[in-house]
Design a protein around this ligand. Structure first.
Ligand SMILES: NC(=O)c1ccc[n+]([C@@H]2O[C@H](COP(=O)([O-])OP(=O)(O)OC[C@H]3O[C@@H](n4cnc5c(N)ncnc54)[C@H](OP(=O)(O)O)[C@@H]3O)[C@@H](O)[C@H]2O)c1
Length: 342
């Protein structure tokens, strides 16, 4: 059975990644692509690397006839996303890639994003989109909220360890580097080549990064008590990829065993042999997340490193994994691409 798909926000980086993945999907067909400033342009004008695809020109989302659409990916900036999604027909399933439906409590949304939520009723039906942990709810959902890319990376490390009671919950430090595509395609001064290349910097220092809202929500629910991790992201001078390093108090071998068990049946999360460390090079352009566990020289401490591609497993690949479940397809359909190396 073929499913008709629309993408709103198709002219952005996650939009391009969705188109790349859907282009070879066995049962999804792109029927409509929407943009804002680039509406009216052809796909070849907006993304020359996708010119071989025979796809419709970009329109505004208001011009899409949703009557024939089964599922819509929404890859818009937060705040705009909730405004648009609340106006879409209820007959359409939606995978949102923005932050707008990730936080269950509207007060948490306002705290971390600085504006009141304007689609609280729609928020109430959203399922959090970390596939490996919300699979059953995602299958029956109309609206799935894709996770933050940093939030996904940190959760792949920490969720099984918190659930298993394997680490000191008050001593979790997560350090992370994200490639520049994580900031989207719009022009920003600090993302100019001269200001970004050959250097790196920390940002949102002091527990102010918005993805902490997701970490707080998810980890506290797992632990059954408030959990607040220490988290510092860094902007990396590379296009794609996230590398996260967690510093933990816990037994390294037990941590490795717990992660190996937790992901044994997962198609996209690979736990490396003890002592090996992952690299963004080894997951680039793929839906895989690699996890590596090492012991520290100090007994009872572990270092866990995770790597994934922010545009694939961290957003569009995850979105497609969820869409497959929502439409009754194999979870891995269109996603078994090998990483692009070197
Ligand atoms: N980049 C990542 O690694 C990543 C990872 C996880 C989640 N996300 C989230 O995914 C969403 C998309 O991210 P992105 O990196 O793809 O962003 P992006 O490259 O900046 O693209 C944004 C898209 O939204 C459209 N748009 C902007 N304002 C609009 C409006 N008022 N009405 C309609 N369309 C509008 C843009 O259209 P025009 O180009 O035509 O103006 C463009 O297609 C964001 O919420 C982001 O936080 C991103």
């Amino acid at each position: 059975m073929t499913h008709s798909i629309a993408i709103i926000g198709a002219s952005g980086y996650t939009g391009a990644e969705l188109i790349r993945l859907l282009a070879t999907h066995p049962s999804f067909e792109i029927k409509a692509l929407a943009a804002n400033s680039k509406a009216g342009q052809s796909l070849a004008q907006v993304f020359p690397h996708l010119r071989h695809l025979d796809l419709p020109d970009l329109v505004t989302w208001e011009q899409i006839d949703f009557a024939g659409i089964d599922l819509c990916f929404c890859a818009l900036p937060h705040k705009t996303s909730q405004e648009v999604i609340s106006q879409l027909p209820k007959s359409v399933k939606i995978v949102d890639l923005s932050a707008d439906f990730r936080l269950r409590d509207p007060a948490d949304y306002e705290k971390w994003y600085g504006n009141a939520h304007v689609a609280v009723e729609t928020q109430a039906e959203a399922v959090y989109g970390l596939t490996e942990f919300y699979r059953d709810q995602i299958k029956g959902a109309r609206l799935v909220a894709g996770t933050g890319c940093n939030a996904a990376t940190g959760q792949y490390i920490l969720r099984p360890l918190i659930s298993g009671g394997l680490i000191d919950l008050d001593e979790i430090i997560l350090d992370l580097q994200c490639g520049v595509s994580g900031a989207g395609r719009s022009l920003k001064e600090n993302l100019l080549h001269a200001e970004l290349s050959e250097g790196t910097n920390a940002y949102a220092v002091g527990g102010t990064h918005r993805h902490l809202g997701e970490f707080d929500q998810e980890f506290s629910a797992l632990a059954g008590r408030p959990v607040e991790i220490q988290f510092t992201p860094h902007l990396g001078p590379f296009n794609r990829g996230i590398l996260a390093t967690a510093y933990l108090k816990g037994d390294p071998q037990a941590i490795h065993a717990a992660l190996t068990t937790a992901y044994a049946d997962e198609s996209f999360v690979e736990v490396l042999p003890f002592g090996e460390t992952p690299s963004t090079h080894h997951v680039r352009g793929s839906n895989f997340c690699h996890l590596g566990v090492s012991g520290d020289r100090r007994p009872g401490r572990a270092i866990v490193v995770a790597a994934l591609d922010n545009l694939c497993k961290g957003s569009s690949g995850q979105a497609l994994q969820n869409a497959n479940l929502m439409l009754g397809e194999a979870e891995t359909a269109g996603l078994m691409l090998a990483p692009c190396f070197p």
